[in-house]
Design a binder for this molecule. Structure first.
Ligand SMILES: [Zn+2]
Length: 73
């Protein structure tokens, strides 16, 4: 039964290693694709249509919202 326990521990270690690898990778990917939309009024960069919609509502309430903000739901 000791052997089985050791195996489980090894798997745990491996899982931890994999998680560290994955998180490092995903954080790198995020920095690349986090800012995708640009406000055509003040050139501010937004992460997604929802953020852009909120930005327009608070910063440019009198400017017509871009189609991608309305279509996104
Ligand atoms: Zn703006």
């Amino acid at each position: 039964m000791v052997r089985g326990n050791a195996k489980a521990k090894a798997q745990e270690k491996n899982a931890k290693k994999q998680a560290e690898k994955t998180s490092a990778k995903s954080s790198l990917g995020k920095s690349n694709e986090s800012l995708v939309l640009k406000c055509h009024v003040c050139m501010a960069l937004m992460k997604n249509a929802k953020q852009m919609k909120e930005h327009f509502e608070s910063k440019h309430p009198k400017v017509a919202m871009p189609a991608e903000c309305i279509g996104g739901g």
